[in-house]
Design a protein around this ligand. Structure first.
Ligand SMILES: O=C[C@H](O)[C@H](O)[C@H](O)COP(=O)(O)O
Length: 230
């Protein structure tokens, strides 16, 4: 499994993250995603807030909350603002139909709620995330009580479940919601909508990482340009 590197500089991620931040205008309520690419968006929005941009933001994780606080972005909640103007978030894989897999940072449950609450959902990524078809493992946030049951169900649909372990702690990753993550390798996902529906029906799965509600994808390239897929 690929190591996450949330602090390493990436010009491609930076280009995508900053380009998407340009979509945010005065008066908007913005959903802030999680991860190394969205971190550039948050930093850019913080810079513009210093210059007078007037926005409110809803975060999707402890990480994005801390980044938003550090950069001086005013936070609100879904309870106060259930309808967001835009949500900007990263992805682990993107296909040609704009279906994405998320949750490499175990934040996909809140990210999905925020993306569904937004009028416009924009994904930011570097070009390594693009694939003709989805074949990345699908993160499942799972009630600890249901770990074995969910693992069995993943096997029953032909997948391979792997409990995600913490990098610097003995034992599993615990999400911001207090749950486990099972990474389900399902091979090539021929029909993301169908696979998403199957995973949603497994009792004990709080949320899976397949997103089929993306409006646009901003892909940052090595030369600093950004391709917009819509
Ligand atoms: O749980 C984490 C999120 O879904 C991230 O947005 C996703 O893993 C992409 O992260 P990054 O931009 O660091 O590659």
């Amino acid at each position: 499994m690929k190591e996450r590197n949330p602090t390493g500089e990436s010009p491609e991620k930076k280009a995508a993250g900053i380009a998407a931040a340009d979509l945010v205008q005065d008066g908007m309520v913005v959903g802030l995603g999680t991860g190394s690419t969205t971190a550039y968006t948050i930093a850019e929005l913080g810079r513009r807030v210093d210059e007078g941009l007037d926005i409110l933001a809803v975060v999707t994780s402890y990480q994005s909350e801390m980044l938003a606080i550090q950069t001086g972005i005013t936070l609100t909640s879904l309870a106060e603002h259930p309808n967001l103007d835009i949500a900007i978030d990263g992805a682990d894989q993107i296909d040609k139909g704009l279906n994405v897999i998320k949750g490499g940072g175990a934040a996909h449950t809140r990210e999905k709620v925020v993306s569904r609450s937004a009028e416009r959902f924009v994904v930011v990524a570097d070009e390594s995330k693009y694939s003709e078809q989805l074949n990345h493992y699908v993160p499942l946030e799972v009630l600890p009580y249901a770990k074995e049951y969910v693992s069995q169900q993943v096997c029953r649909i032909g997948g391979k479940p792997e409990l995600r372990l913490a990098a610097r702690k003995d034992g599993p990753v615990i999400t911001d919601n207090g749950n486990f993550v099972i990474d389900a390798s399902l091979g090539t996902i021929e029909n993301p909508v169908v696979t998403a529906a199957i995973l949603s029906q497994v009792a004990g799965v709080v949320e899976h990482g397949i997103f089929t509600n993306v409006d646009e994808v901003y892909i940052g390239k090595k030369d600093g340009s950004v391709e917009i897929m819509a």
